[in-house]
Design a protein around this ligand. Structure first.
Ligand code: ARG
Length: 458
C-alpha cells in the first residue's frame, strides 16, 4: 500500500522501512489530514476533476474514516509508512479505485506541513488555557497577600522588603507574555501550504485560497517552495514552549526554596507533594522539581529542530520529518506540568508569620536609611557610605539598625539624627513605595486589578 513504487524493482529493505516509518508518531495528525482532504476534494470537484457523485462518495468515505479513526476502529499498521499512507489505505478500502483520485495535485510535502499547522494551532489553544489557569492560581494567591511583608532577594541574599503578592505576580507577568507570544505566533502560523504540491504548485486548476479559508487559515502560501520548506512555525512554537518551560522552572526553583526548612515560607498541600521510600518524615516538592527538570527537554526540542533545519537546502528534505516529535513532546510535557503546578500553587499555604519575621533580616532596611539621608540633601554617594558604616557597626555589635544609640548614630555621621528610626520599619519601607509598579501595597493592589482582568480575558 505504499504511495510510491512504480519505478522500483524491489520493495524497501527492512532496515530502510524501519528507519523511514513515522506513523507511530504522526498518526496524531490523522484527523487534521482528513480535514485537509475534505477541503482538497471540494477543490478538485470545483476544478471539474471529480464529478458531484464522486465528491459525495469521497466526502462520505472521509466522514466514515474520521469516525473510524476517532473510535479507534481504523488503526495504522506497521506497514503504513506515515499517516498519509495509512489514510489513503483507509480510503481505498472504502472506495476502491475512486479513493486514488484524491491524491491529484497534492503531495505529502504540502500535506504534512498543512496538517502540522492545523494540529499546532488547535493544540496551542488548549495550551493557552492551561497557562491561563496557572496564571489565575498565582493571581488568586497574590490577592491574599497584597500587604504581606516578605524579604525580597537579589543573589538569594536579603535585599529589600517586598509584599509577597508582588512576588507572586512577578511570576504571572512572564506567563501573560507567553500567552501573548502564542497569540502572536498563531498569526504567522495561520498560512496554508496546501496546493504547493511537492514544491512547484500545481498544473491542475486548484484553489489554494479557498482551501485555506475552509481550513480556517488566514491566507494561503505566497511561494510554493517556501510553503513546503518553511518550518518557522515549528521553531517559533518550540521557542515559546521552551521559554515557558524556563518560566515554570524558575517558579519551580523558588517553590523548592520556599518549602525548604531553611526558608519555610510556604507549605504545600499533601495532595501535591510526595514522600520518601525510606525517610518517613519526608514531604518533597516533586512537582516543582519536575517543572524545573522538564525545562531541559523543552529547550532540547527547540535546539534539535533549529539544528535539523540549519543546513537544509530548499525545498523539502526528509530530515524535516524530525520536526514533529519535539512539538508533540512539548505539548504532552506541558499538559502534564501545567495542571500539576496549578494545583500545587492554588492549594499552597503561605506562612505569613515566617515571611514577616524574615522581612527585615540582613539589614534589608539599609536602603531606607540612605534614602532618608538623600531626602535631607545628602548626596547619595555619601548617604551610601554613611549607611554602610552603620551596617558595619551593627554587624560587629550583632544588633539591628534601629538598636544603635543616639550617640553612636551621631558618631557614624552627624546627619544621622534619632528620627531616622521612623524609616526603619518594614511597613514604612513598603508604604514608601507608592510609584507605579513598586512593591508598596497601593501599587500592588493596582497591579493586581490589571493582572486579574488580563488573566480573566483568557
Ligand atoms: N512523513 C514525512 C514527513 O513527516 C512526509 C512525507 C514526505 N515524504 C517524502 N518522501 N517526500 O515529513
Amino acid at each position: 500500500m505504499r504511495l510510491w513504487g512504480g519505478r522500483f524493482e524491489t520493495g524497501p529493505a527492512e532496515a530502510l522501512a524501519r528507519l523511514s516509518v513515522s506513523v507511530h508518531f504522526d498518526w496524531r495528525l490523522a484527523r487534521y489530514d482528513i480535514a485537509a482532504s475534505r477541503a482538497h476534494a471540494r477543490v478538485l470537484a470545483a476544478a471539474g476533476l471529480l464529478d458531484p457523485d464522486e465528491l459525495g462518495e469521497i466526502l462520505a468515505a472521509l466522514d466514515d474514516l474520521d469516525v473510524a479513526v476517532e473510535t479507534g476502529q481504523f488503526r495504522p499498521t506497521i506497514e503504513d509508512e506515515d499517516v498519509h499512507t495509512a489514510l489513503e489505505r483507509g480510503l481505498l478500502e472504502r472506495l476502491g479505485a475512486l479513493g486514488g483520485k484524491l491524491r491529484a495535485g497534492r503531495s505529502r510535502n504540502d500535506q504534512v506541513a498543512t496538517d502540522l499547522r492545523l494540529y499546532l494551532r488547535d493544540h496551542a489553544r488548549g495550551l493557552a488555557q492551561q497557562i491561563a489557569d496557572l496564571a489565575q492560581a498565582l493571581t488568586e494567591q497574590a490577592a491574599g497577600h497584597v500587604d504581606t511583608p516578605a524579604p525580597g532577594l537579589t543573589h538569594v541574599q536579603h535585599a529589600q522588603p517586598v509584599v509577597f503578592g508582588h512576588w507572586l505576580l512577578a511570576h504571572v507577568h512572564p506567563l501573560l507574555r507567553d500567552l501573548d507570544r502564542l497569540r502572536d505566533w498563531d498569526v504567522r502560523a495561520a498560512v496554508s501550504p496546501l496546493g504547493a504540491g511537492a514544491l512547484a504548485g500545481s498544473g491542475l486548476p486548484l484553489d489554494p485560497p479557498a482551501v485555506a479559508k475552509e481550513l480556517g487559515f488566514r491566507e494561503s502560501f505566497a511561494n510554493s517552495m517556501d510553503a513546503v520548506s518553511d518550518r518557522d512555525f515549528v521553531a517559533e512554537f518550540l521557542f515559546v514552549t521552551a521559554l515557558l518551560g524556563v518560566h515554570l522552572s524558575r517558579l519551580g526553583e523558588e517553590v523548592v526554596l520556599w518549602t525548604s526548612h531553611e526558608f519555610g515560607w510556604v507549605e504545600l498541600d499533601d495532595a501535591f507533594t510526595t514522600g520518601s521510600s525510606i525517610m518517613p518524615q519526608k514531604k518533597n516538592a516533586d512537582i516543582a522539581e519536575l517543572a524545573r527538570g522538564k525545562a531541559g527537554r523543552l529547550i532540547g526540542g527547540l535546539v534539535s529542530v533549529l539544528t535539523m533545519l540549519k543546513g537544509l537546502p530548499l525545498t523539502y528534505d526528509r530530515d524535516m520529518q524530525e520536526d514533529k516529535e519535539p512539538v508533540f513532546d512539548a505539548i504532552d510535557t506541558l499538559s502534564l506540568v501545567l495542571p500539576a503546578l496549578t494545583g500545587m500553587i492554588s492549594t499552597m499555604t503561605v506562612r505569613v508569620d515566617r515571611l514577616a519575621k524574615a522581612a527585615p533580616v540582613g539589614f534589608s532596611l539599609a536602603t531606607e536609611v540612605a534614602d532618608w539621608l538623600v531626602r535631607r540633601s545628602v548626596p547619595f554617594r555619601s548617604a551610601h557610605e554613611i549607611t554602610g558604616q552603620l551596617v558595619a557597626l551593627c554587624a560587629v555589635r550583632e544588633c539591628e539598625l534601629d538598636e544603635v544609640s543616639d550617640d553612636d548614630l551621631a558618631k557614624v555621621s552627624p546627619h544621622l539624627t534619632p528620627d531616622v528610626r521612623q524609616v526603619l520599619t518594614v511597613s514604612s519601607a513598603l508604604a514608601a513605595r507608592t510609584t507605579p509598579g513598586s512593591t508598596g501595597p497601593g501599587p500592588v493592589a493596582d497591579q493586581l486589578a490589571v493582572v486579574t482582568e488580563q488573566v480573566q480575558k483568557w
